[in-house]
Ligand binder design. Structure first.
Ligand SMILES: Cc1cc2nc3c(=O)[nH]c(=O)nc-3n(C[C@H](O)[C@H](O)[C@H](O)COP(=O)(O)OP(=O)(O)OC[C@H]3O[C@@H](n4cnc5c(N)ncnc54)[C@H](O)[C@@H]3O)c2cc1C
Length: 170
């Protein structure tokens, strides 16, 4: 039977909450590394920043381990957890490119390929990674390789990241 506290959480969210009894559960708990087989108590697909705040508050209130997931590419499977709450950001896809300031602000669920697509339209690029399905979130927080970190400002945690755009021929 669904725990009452999760019914309350779903009622507070604009996005969907997936629970172990739902058909989508096995798909929703998957991350890129197929060897990771963790079973969270719930997976919240956040629709907006308010949903993220609600989830963080809920996890703290109920002493649940939170796992934030952007692209789900962390090899150790940090984007999912056993028994806790997965805060999935994959629907936070806003991207704002400022050509004059040479910056791009991206939502916490953006993938490298989506940022590339947006900046390429004005002939700019952020030196991120080579695999487009990687999440900007995990990469910016230190999971990535190469020159990305020299070109990303301190992460503002969950909601937005600020990065410098470089001309594409750099
Ligand atoms: C096949 C593959 C290819 C890769 N290619 C590249 C590459 O080309 N270049 C490169 O630099 N790196 C690459 N990596 C490494 C990759 O950058 C890291 O694994 C990175 O952590 C993945 O980020 P993610 O958001 O997809 O991961 P997730 O598993 O979603 O998250 C990783 C960690 O970051 C946290 N996190 C994610 N988003 C947020 C957020 N918005 N706010 C707060 N916390 C957040 C999560 O809690 C988790 O602890 C690759 C990895 C794989 C498996």
């Amino acid at each position: 039977m669904t725990n009452l506290k999760f019914i309350n959480l779903q009622n507070q969210l604009n996005g969907r909450l997936i629970l172990p009894e739902d058909d989508e559960y096995d798909l929703a708990r998957k991350v890129h590394n197929g060897a990771i087989d963790k079973r969270p108590a719930a997976i919240a697909y956040c629709k907006d920043v308010d949903d993220v705040k609600t989830c963080v508050h809920f996890a703290r209130q109920h002493d649940l381990l939170p796992a934030v997931r952007c692209g789900g590419h962390n090899a150790a499977g940090f984007g999912v957890c056993d028994g806790g709450l997965v805060i999935d950001l994959s629907q936070l896809k806003t991207i704002r490119v400022d050509a004059e300031a040479r910056t791009v602000r991206v939502g916490g669920g953006c993938l490298l390929k989506e940022v590339d697509e947006a900046t390429h339209q004005i002939g700019m690029a952020v030196p991120l990674g080579f695999y487009g399905g990687t999440g900007v979130g995990g990469l910016t927080l230190g999971g990535g390789w190469a020159i990305s970190h020299d070109n990303t400002a301190s992460p503002l945690t969950i909601s937005w990241k600020q990065m410098w755009c470089l001309p594409m021929d750099v």
